[in-house]
Structure formats: C-alpha cells, structure tokens
Design a protein around this ligand. Structure first.
Ligand SMILES: Nc1ncnc2c1ncn2[C@@H]1O[C@H](COP(=O)(O)OP(=O)(O)OP(=O)(O)O)[C@@H](O)[C@H]1O
Length: 222
C-alpha cells in the first residue's frame, strides 16, 4: 500500500503559466516517516495542501492512501481529510476560546468518530504527551506554546489517522524543545502511521526514515 502516489503532477495558483509545483514521479510506502525540506518558496506548503486535499492539481495523478483525490468533490475531500489525515500546521489553529478537551473532541466530531470512549482516549493521549490531567478543561488560550503543540499533536492523532502531515511544527521552538517535540510526535505514532513533516531545520532529519529535498522531486520532471 502506498501512502502517496504522485505522477506527472502540475499545480499552479490561479492562471499562472509556470507551475508552482511539477512532480513527475513520487511514491511513499505506507508507514514511512518522510522529512521534506527545501528553500523558502519552493512549494513545500503547496505540496502539503495538495496532499491534504485542500486543493487539486491541474493535471496528473494524486493518490493519497489509495484515494484518487481528483475523483472527490471538495466536501468529500474535507470528509476524507477529517477521517484519514492528521494535520499539524505551523499556526496550530487551536480554537482559543475552547478547552483543551473541546479542541480535540471537535476533531473527532468532524470525522464522525466521536463516541462515548472519546474522552477516555483524549485523556490517554494527553497522558502519553505528558500533559497534566488538570489541563483537560483549560482554555487553549491559557496554555504555553509547548502545551499548545501537545494539544495540536493530540488533535492530529485522536482519529488514528493513517497519514500525518506536519508543516514547520517546530519553527517557534529552540533546538532542545524541537527535539522534545519530535520525540513526542514519533512516540505517539503507531507503526502503520505515515508521516510527512516539512521543515527548514535539517537537524530534524535524523528522526526520519527518509530525507527528501523538494528540488529533487521537481527536478525529475521531463
Ligand atoms: N495562495 C497563493 N496564491 C498565489 N501564490 C501562492 C499562494 N501560496 C503560495 N504561493 C506561491 O507559491 C510558491 C510556493 O509557496 P509555498 O508556500 O508552497 O512555499 P514553501 O516552500 O512552503 O515556502 P516557505 O518555506 O517560505 O514556507 C511561492 O512562490 C508563493 O509565493
């Protein structure tokens, strides 16, 4: 099973003649942890938006977890993402006026996976992430950045996604905190979970099975 299958993909914002992203061929087996790096403006975030189904390429094949994204409507892609993909964005996008628990419950609810066990699962996740239980009902706006990042990881993991996509999740952290964050994230994954993480920080690459330069993906274009 492939987590990602891209062939002859071309994507441009608007009607630009030169594509922002052109990738001839890229396959990632399920379960692989991939570090994706590249210079600023090289299209890393664009690629993550395509992989998460927030946008479609103008042409080419884009299969994520075996699903051809172009065959899904925008709302079906939203449902597919909610059910199968855990996203950790650079801006963590926690809802500040909701509690820690509600931020994570919302992700389960949107994926149609909220059950009577959800709170128990949230508590277990937070425990694995070293979050004190008394923060369960704390408003997200009252957390430290490190605590907010833990909540963002828990929210990305609550639906047991097959694929996690993380965009510069450590950009605001010093080296020690970034290493701790990576350890937490990797320790929280199941063996079958695929991870694609993009970062400028090449020091993080040692945590991954594979270190990919986006320029190598785009250079393969015929
Ligand atoms: N919404 C948009 N509309 C038009 N052009 C965009 C849009 N978002 C990004 N771009 C352009 O697409 C190119 C790739 O941007 P992208 O954000 O994917 O790069 P990146 O590698 O993630 O950069 P950085 O490392 O600086 O975050 C850039 O030239 C950028 O200006």
């Amino acid at each position: 099973m492939l987590a990602i299958n891209i062939q002859q993909l071309r994507f441009a914002y608007g009607s630009a003649a030169v594509p922002t992203l052109a990738i001839a061929d890229w396959q990632v087996p399920a379960g692989r942890r991939t570090f994706l790096h590249g210079r600023s403006g090289s299209g890393k975030t664009t690629l993550l938006r395509l992989l998460s189904g927030q946008m479609l390429p103008q042409s080419g094949t884009l299969e994520v977890l075996g699903q051809n994204m172009a065959s899904l409507s925008a709302s079906a892609r939203d449902r597919f993402r909610a059910a199968n993909i855990g996203l950790i964005a650079q801006q963590l996008h926690l809802l500040p006026y909701l509690s820690v628990a509600d931020n994570i419950r919302l992700a389960a609810h949107l994926a149609g996976k909220q059950t009577s066990d959800t709170d128990q699962q949230i508590r277990q996740l937070l425990q694995r992430l070293d979050m004190p239980d008394q923060l369960f009902e704390q408003m997200a706006s009252h957390l430290s950045l490190g605590q907010q990042q833990r909540v963002a990881i828990a929210r990305a993991l609550i639906n047991r996604p097959a694929l996690i996509l993380a965009d510069e999740p450590t950009s605001a952290l010093d080296e020690e905190s970034a290493t701790a964050f990576m350890q937490l994230l990797l320790d929280s994954l199941d063996d079958h979970t695929s991870l694609v993480l993009i970062s400028h920080d090449r020091r993080l690459a040692r945590h991954f099975d594979q270190d990919v330069a986006i320029s190598d993906l785009t250079r393969k274009e015929p």
